[in-house]
Design a protein around this ligand. Sequence first.
Ligand code: ADP
Ligand code: MG
Length: 381
Amino acid sequence: DGDSYGVLPRPCRALVLVNPQSGAGRALEDFQAVVQPMLAEADIAATVFITERPHHAQEKVRDEDLSQWDTLVIMSGDGLLHEVVNGLMERPDWADAMQKPLCILPGGSGNALAASINYYAGNDHVAKKKLLTNCTFILCKGLHTQMDLVSLSTASGKRLFSFLGFGWGFISDVDIDSEKYRRLGNARFTLGTLQCLAKLRVYQGRLSYLPAVPEQGTPLAHRDPHAPITNGQAAHVLPPAGTEAPGALPADSLLVPLCQPVPAHWTVVPEEEFVTVYAIYQSHLGTNLLMAPAARLNDGCIHLFYLKAGISRLALLKIFLAMARGTHLDLNCPHLCYVRVQAFRLEPRAAAGIMTVDGEALACEPVQGQIHGRLCRVVSG
Ligand code: ADP
Ligand code: MG
């Protein structure tokens, strides 16, 4: 419904941003050996830009004349695409800039979006060079479509745009603690999970959310009686880009300032002790972690998972093992909760622990976010 597909022109001019330090440090070699020959066959001319430091890619796309390029290709982990998305949103012409198709090629240790796009395309689950080959093939076909982003605001006044997920507690600790094992590639997450299990702790805070609008055809009896229809509609009539002050960022119409309580029709989770909270908007949390099997690029919702305190280490380990196949919800673990939402707020009680956005660390403070449907475009099968 309303999907707007496009196809890259031929010949195609691609700016390829490569992080030579991502993953096991082989992104540039892999690009030259695996990707470049396939692109040449497909009449895609690649201009390589090698990042020299954090934020280099963000500055590059913020300042770049984008009319030279038909697509921006990111050969790295999810972290570099996060920089690119936020660099484009810093431009006064962000609304036009976000129409430029982005393409992710897995070169990092955390390649969640690449794994998700491979899954949406209906391909078998693969990793490493096979995943890179599949994603390069998708680029060669050149189809692109819209992707939702989530706008996140923090108590200290930061505004970030996120394409993958926001996390707190156990999962974020694994993500950041395991950075030192980046050379292991994706195995860093397995090792990190086992280490964090050993020192399992509880995180205190308040979690609130605005449930997603039920899909058409959902019987009324199954609807959340607290979800007002008016507000649900508001989510679909966000001010279109350009109707606000020129260059103004898209308004978060579902959110009230963090200093005020959440609106009365939001749900406040009664428990205030968690092992982890993870708001994901793609299917995969990592190459081997199918966290939200129902998620799609522009499904208009945030898939909110949280684990309540009191779960045993064994039950937690079983959940992570089941996530390899996306069967963790079938375990019916009473501590694991899953709800589709349009917006959420997390207010940690102490500034302890780490938060992550698209796998990148964020200082721990109150945060809220809402979905912005179809805000950018990605190359996908
Ligand atoms: P990985 O999946 O291996 O973590 P990412 O794409 O997430 O790969 O990149 C990790 C981090 O590396 C990002 O925060 C990015 O800003 C940073 N970065 C980009 N280029 C460089 C560079 N040349 N040297 C060091 N860090 C870099
Ligand atoms: Mg990363």
